[in-house]
Write a protein that binds this ligand. Structure first.
Ligand code: NAD
Ligand code: TDX
Length: 337
């Protein structure tokens, strides 16, 4: 099988490519990535000599390029490419709409144009908005209620994907997953930012009162879920994936501090994120009952593995932190940490 993976130089996409070629070494993957600040070919260094892997630097909004790539006998498109950081979407939303909405449309058109190529779209729990503490976890039937520019752009893409299924019969599936963590996670997101700050002897910037809740899933569990959907999912359907990992940010921070032998004095409470969603949680019963998927890695195990990875891969994150991220970081925290 030949796959076109978009955004395969980013966090989840690169983990997906490494996972896929380990499990299906006879498949061929073309990785299309623009290499924005978040794309890093170091994530794929183990594939340098793999004959079944090819990297193309390019933009998913470039219809002629994606059309040409897909026309070369692609069987399956797995679409990860996105602007993915909520805080950046608050500072400037234009790239989010361009890549997340127009880019998805360009891929959908090219898939349709080439006889209806199978299309799996990677989406997020954030499209459902936020939950109260007593609210039931999101399911595939939860109404859409995106509340920040990032999630609004992802929601728009989800709607387009479903529209292409209903109007053009494009064979699509969608997965909406909760917060991922693991190796190659860009250190602007909470877990890798906190781990790397602590490794540098810096404090960790916790937004507001730290009582917001996220449902964390280890990245390999997410990618195994995508694999199950590709292999066994029903065309036209959406599947929610979650990690059984609901925890407040403050509790999670304390777990990280404990695992890294640091004290609570390393926490710096800073101004809250505007429009900060209180809680996300995923009910993955549909994926469990229909596909036999469930997450396998507990938060305790995954966090310990992730901390070890950052300890053993200093060069990777030090390079990342000394690049574009540095400028962003200064602006974001105004020298707070
Ligand atoms: P990331 O920011 O780490 O990686 C995104 C990748 O897309 C980068 O390699 C970047 O270079 C590439 N890209 C951006 N714009 C592009 C364009 N116009 N053309 C081609 N490539 C482009 O993101 P991530 O955290 O790996 O997220 C991957 C996908 O998973 C996204 O669609 C995101 O919405 C979704 N998702 C993420 C999470 C999470 O916790 N990180 C959870 C659920 C869903
Ligand atoms: O410095 C920080 N301090 C802090 O308290 C950062 C970066 C985050 N936070 C809080 C905000 C959130 O409640 O931690 C929580 C997690 O924040 P992020 O890592 O930025 O993730 P989140 O905003 O929840 O979005 C993530 O999950 C859903 C991904 O970035 C999205 O791409 C995905 O769709």
């Amino acid at each position: 099988m030949k796959l076109l993976v978009t955004g395969g130089a980013g966090f989840i996409g690169s983990n997906f490519i490494n996972y896929w070629l380990k499990n299906y070494p006879d498949d061929f993957i073309v990785n299309l990535d623009k290499l924005t600040y978040a794309g890093n070919l170091e994530n794929l260094k183990d594939l340098k000599n793999n004959q079944n892997y090819k990297f193309i630097k390019g933009d998913i909004c470039d219809f002629d390029l994606v059309n040409e790539l897909i026309s070369d006998k692609v069987d399956l498109i797995v679409h990860f490419a996105a602007e993915s950081h909520v805080d950046r979407s608050l500072m400037s939303s234009r790239d989010f709409v361009r890549t997340n909405v127009e880019g998805a449309l360009s891929l959908l058109d090219a898939a349709k144009n080439n006889g209806g190529v199978r299309f799996h779209h990677i989406s997020t729990d954030e499209v459902f908005g936020d939950l109260s503490l007593a609210g039931k976890a999101f399911t595939e039937k939860s109404p859409y209620n995106p509340r920040n520019p990032y999630s609004a752009s992802k929601a728009a893409a989800d709607h387009l994907v479903r529209a292409y299924y209903h109007t053009h019969g494009l064979p699509v599936t969608i997965s909406n997953c909760s917060n991922n963590y693991g190796p190659y996670h860009f250190p602007e997101k909470m877990i890798p930012l906190f781990i790397t700050n602590l490794l540098e002897g810096k404090r960790v910037p916790l937004y507001g009162d730290g009582k917001n809740i996220r449902d964390w899933i280890y990245v390999d569990d997410h990618n195994r879920g995508v694999d199950f959907i590709i292999k066994k999912g029903k065309i036209g359907e959406t599947y929610c994936l979650g990690g059984n990992g609901e925890i407040t940010n403050i509790e999670l921070t304390k777990k990280i501090l404990k695992l890294m032998d640091k004290g609570d004095e390393m926490i710096e409470f800073i101004e809250d994120r505007p429009g900060h969603d209180l809680r996300y949680a995923m009910d993955y019963s549909k994926a469990k009952n229909e596909l036999g998927w469930q997450p396998q890695i507990s938060l305790e195990q995954g966090l310990a593995q992730t901390i070890d990875w950052y300890k053993n891969n200093r060069q990777w994150w030090q390079n990342v932190k000394s690049g574009d991220y540095q400028e962003y970081y200064k602006k974001q925290y105004q020298g707070n940490v």
